[in-house]
Design a protein around this ligand. Structure first.
Ligand code: 13P
Length: 250
């Protein structure tokens, strides 16, 4: 069955010392069995120190992106094998910031997903509509297209390595959260779409996270929804106390 997961996307924040400090705070403040699977995604330069510092804990270290080629003349890029060589087996793909600022298309993301899965990695696949899509009542169509064009070519068995993260772009970093009803409505739609294509066993097994201005004050009511299996947290994941309060909202 699907797992509850809370993942912190640290984005382009924190140098090495700050990363080590945040991890030390997390380790100090974590007590007992966590209420959900915890993941954190530091910047590339901090992945290995984070992996080393967290390897004796249940916290999983994820990357924020990777390139679709194995190696070669791709200045500035990082491959799946490179991530794996420093202990990282989970990767966030398709974040809206990468779609908007680095021109990542559904087609490119399909390739990245394939390569991550060929390398036995777990993918946190992000998608979600812009405000104008929602205003024009196109948000369901758009979200389904993002899923179809990047994930619906996969064989059924690949879905055990996929985590979905619905992040409405209008809620990211804005302080404006989707209401619990809006989150549930979209998550139920996503699960039904996956069920129609791959069967209810796959749909019931996939974790669907919500992302966008999730905080200690609103996590509980968002996570209480039937089809919301956790969160992908930006700003609030940069403070151990807030992040762990979100984890403990289950
Ligand atoms: P915020 O929680 O800062 O809105 O960011 C969400 C996000 O983009 C996580 O990937």
């Amino acid at each position: 069955m699907r797992k509850n997961i809370v993942a912190g996307n640290w984005k382009m924040n924190n140098d090495l010392a700050q990363t080590q400090e945040l991890i030390a705070d997390l380790k100090k403040q974590m007590s007992g069995e966590p209420a959900a699977t915890i993941m954190v995604a530091p910047t590339y330069t901090n992945l290995y120190p984070a992996f080393e510092a967290l390897k004796d804990t249940p916290v999983i270290v994820a990357a924020q992106n990777m390139h679709q080629e194995d190696n070669g003349a791709f200045t500035g890029e990082i491959s799946a094998a490179m991530l794996k060589s420093v202990g990282v087996e989970t990767v966030i793909l398709g974040h809206s910031e990468r779609r908007a600022q680095f021109n990542e298309t559904n087609e490119l993301l399909a390739k990245k997903v394939d390569v991550a899965l060929e390398n036995d990695m777990t993918v946190i696949f992000c998608f979600g509509e812009e405000l104008e899509d929602r205003k024009a009542d196109k948000h369901f169509d758009l979200v389904e297209r993002q899923l179809k064009e990047s994930l619906y070519h996969l064989p059924k068995e690949s879905w055990k390595s996929i985590i979905l993260a619905y992040e409405p772009v209008w809620a990211i970093g804005t302080g404006e959260t989707a209401s619990p009803e809006q989150a549930q409505e979209m998550h139920a739609f996503i699960r039904k779409s996956v069920a129609d294509k791959f069967g209810s066993d796959v749909a019931d097994g996939v974790s669907i996270l919500y992302g966008g201005s999730c905080k200690p004050g609103n996590a509980k009511e968002i996570f209480a929804n039937e089809d919301v299996d956790g969160g992908l947290i930006g700003g609030a994941s940069l403070k151990a106390e807030d992040f762990l309060a979100i984890v403990n909202s289950f």
